[in-house]
Write a protein that binds this ligand. Structure first.
Ligand SMILES: O=C(O)CCC(=O)C(=O)O
Length: 340
């Protein structure tokens, strides 16, 4: 453990702020974690990137009922063998038409309402520069439950990983508000306290995402994590993000950073390095990110502060135990016998 206070980050508190060690618990709540985390992104010293882009108004669609959404999200999405192989090689895949335009519009409407209730903000009400995060919404919203426990999404996740059954780690509404800067380069292995690499996140946009809004962007192939595995994470400043970007640049790593069409969903592996550009539009970039892992996985022996508020998502389960609390239902296959 290093006890010199060589750097600081004003959003860290308590022991988290005192030394450069990350082998300690996160000492604040989930939103404080995100507020801190985005300060680790290098924005080139320029937070002010000029006027925000006004997007064309989205065409009106008929909003489906709760039952329509649940029905749609029950229907399997058949993957080809080539798609599964591409995911395993590249570490991510972007799949078209996982959701209908109506289901996307309904998701956005519901997430805006939930985010508004929690944070007292209107997500499209001008720039507040923040990255808002709201987790475990499936426990309070029947509609969100359909998107989170969806057999359609969970089966894609299980098929891509090539495992029989997947459990939910958590749901997470991510609202990158107008003017908010980059998401730092990272892989989720660093973030989730799970002792397995059979982990995938379904990143479900609640509107189309043009480049100006900061789509999730993936370094490829999956194995590029090897290039940066010796770069030390720094919890105080942007040096980790910068060094990863430099290493990728130096090695000519390709990055998929294209837009997302309406209904398109990406799935990324926990070893896939990803980032996202700033949201330079006047609209919030709202996404539902659901993370699933192979049934039977255990919690790490020593989760770090980068795992944030993880006990909230796996309550009553200690380090080294099988991660199977009542908040981690098996989402695929349906009605599977629980292992715990
Ligand atoms: O939405 C973002 O900008 C980051 C999301 C992310 O890193 C993730 O879902 O793993």
């Amino acid at each position: 453990m290093i006890n010199n206070r060589t750097h600081s980050n004003e959003l860290l508190v308590g022991e988290n702020a005192l030394n450069s060690d990350i082998n300690q618990s996160w000492e604040q709540d989930n939103q404080a974690w995100w507020d801190w985390y985005v300060t680790l992104a290098d924005n080139g010293g320029m937070q002010d990137g000029g006027p925000l882009v006004e997007l064309p108004t989205t065409p009106n669609v008929d909003l489906p009922t709760n039952d329509d959404v649940a029905g749609e999200l029950d229907v399997p999405y058949e993957l080809t063998e080539d798609q599964c192989l591409a995911f395993r090689k590249e570490g991510f895949i972007k799949l078209p038409a996982v959701l209908s335009p109506g289901a996307v519009a309904r998701l956005r409407q519901e997430l805006i309402q939930l985010l508004g209730k929690t944070f007292g903000v209107s997500p499209d009400g001008g720039s507040n520069d923040r990255f808002l995060s709201l987790e475990m919404m499936w426990l309070e919203s029947a509609l969100i439950r359909s998107y989170v426990l969806s057999p359609r999404i969970a089966k894609i996740s299980a098929d891509l990983l090539g495992v029989k059954a997947v459990r939910l780690y958590h749901d997470n509404a991510l609202s990158k508000e107008p003017g908010c800067g980059r998401t730092p380069w990272h892989y989720d292995d660093h973030h989730f306290p799970l002792a397995t690499n059979d982990v995938v996140t379904a990143w479900i946009p609640a509107q189309p995402i043009p480049v100006a809004m900061g789509p999730l962007a993936f370094a490829k192939p999956l194995s590029v994590f090897e290039l940066v595995k010796d770069i030390e994470f720094n919890k105080f400043d942007t040096s980790y993000d910068k060094q990863v970007a430099e290493a990728f640049e130096a090695n000519g790593v390709n990055v998929e950073d294209g837009p997302f069409a309406v209904g398109e969903v990406s799935f990324h592996h926990n070893l896939s390095f990803h980032t996202a550009a700033a949201n330079r539009t006047t609209q919030s970039r709202i996404v539902l990110a659901n993370t699933f892992y192979a049934d039977g996985a255990r919690v790490l022996e020593q989760p770090t502060m980068v795992s944030g508020d993880w006990q909230k998502f796996i309550p009553g389960v200690g380090p080294g135990d099988i991660a199977a609390s009542k908040l981690n239902p098996i989402c695929w296959p349906p009605n599977a016998e629980r292992k715990a």
